[in-house]
Design a protein around this ligand. Structure first.
Ligand code: IPD
Ligand code: CA
Length: 342
């Protein structure tokens, strides 16, 4: 498989889909009016999501008729809704398309919305990713071993290079964290997310008053409402980390390629707060153990290596901080992608 050729076509698709999104956003095309999916007013879809997905699917099917296509709105092109994995018996690549990530933002004309397109090879390895925000005209792209780029000209992370690259923070108190509340507002899930959010912000020492919630006291928490763009903000080095449980493969697949090529890492976002065997569990959080279909995501930026330490020391320091972050976050049960339509 020629990764560069696939990447070029994915960029072409992102521009085609992005133009439709931008026209609607600017009031010159389809409507941004949203309807609730499955009766959930926190999970929206518009005619633009559907039109963009159908347009992109048709273009992929025309160019690569044997490839599989998975889209957020229409599922697997072959109609398989359960029991799928990225590796497949047909030994063909899989395109993973989110026609609009951040549909709520789009419907509100809040300018953080993107089309996200990824490709995995026949063995299930994510190898190409494009995330395009057509409103701000920011296109993030990467293929394995080709680096990660903003608008195809600026190498990520930003600034790039051994001298310029940011060091790992000394502690969580120096970290800016991307955090999303997602669309599941059932009480137990909401309580859990809010408790995790609070623990990230709560003072790490001293008297926190009644209840004594001691936390990570991170520098700040941001919720921008589009997981694919959260991933790109980690890749460019604006966020130190981004955590979410409950989003899907199509939200993070393209961002995963972009982040890894920018020197960062994807880890399981399984919360470790309150786990009795927490120190053992922390050690199991590795890049190799990451499951893209697991719906528990912790994205971690890269960092410059410490001059006195081995190559890879910057990334190792970031992963160590990420494991620490997980001890402040609660786990939430979710069903893996491919197992159900959830
Ligand atoms: C959603 C956004 C949101 C995240 C949700 C996603 P959608 O995607 O990425 O930020 O919190 O988990 O489902 O529905 O706008 O494509
Ligand atoms: Ca979407």
């Amino acid at each position: 498989m020629d990764h560069q050729e696939i990447l070029n076509f994915a960029i072409h698709l992102a521009h085609r889909g992005g133009a439709i999104i931008r026209d609607a956003f600017n009031g010159q095309g389809l409507s941004v009016d949203a309807v609730a999916k499955q009766g959930n007013p926190s999970d929206l879809v518009t005619e633009v999501d559907q039109h963009v997905e159908r347009t992109v699917r048709a273009l992929i099917a025309e160019r690569y008729p044997t490839h599989r296509i998975l889209g957020e709105e229409d599922g697997m092109a072959d109609g398989q809704t359960t029991g799928w994995t990225l590796a497949n018996d047909r030994h063909v690549p899989t395109w993973i398309v989110d026609p609009i990530d951040g549909t709520t933002n789009f419907a509100q004309r809040f300018p953080f919305t993107a089309i996200s397109i990824a490709v995995s090879d026949a063995e299930g390895n994510l190898c190409v990713g494009v995330v395009y925000n057509p409103i701000l005209n920011e296109l993030y792209s990467a293929r394995v071993d080709g680096g990660a780029w903003l608008n195809q000209t600026t190498r990520l992370p930003f600034p790039h290079g051994p001298e310029a690259a940011a060091r790992a923070p000394q502690s969580l108190s120096e970290c800016l964290i991307g955090f999303e509340h997602g669309s599941d507002r059932t009480q137990a899930v909401l309580d859990s997310r809010l408790a995790s959010h609070r623990r990230l912000l709560a003072r790490s020492a001293g008297d926190n008053g009644e209840g004594q919630v001691h936390g990570a006291q991170v520098r700040g928490v941001r919720c921008i409402g589009a997981g694919s763009l959260d991933m790109c903000l980690v890749a460019r080095g604006a966020y130190d980390m981004y955590w979410e449980i409950g989003s899907h493969l199509w939200d993070i697949a393209a961002g995963t390629v972009i982040l890894r090529e920018a020197g960062g890492a994807m880890l399981s976002g399984c919360g470790l707060y309150g786990r009795p065997e927490v120190n053992t569990a922390k050690e199991l959080v590795t890049e190799a153990a990451f499951d893209p279909l697991g719906r528990k995501y912790l994205a971690v930026r890269g960092a410059a290596d410490h001059p006195a330490l081995d190559p890879g020391s910057g990334k190792a320091a970031m992963i160590s901080l990420a494991r620490e972050l997980l001890t402040h976050l609660e786990d939430i049960e979710v069903t893996r992608d491919g197992v159900s339509d959830a």
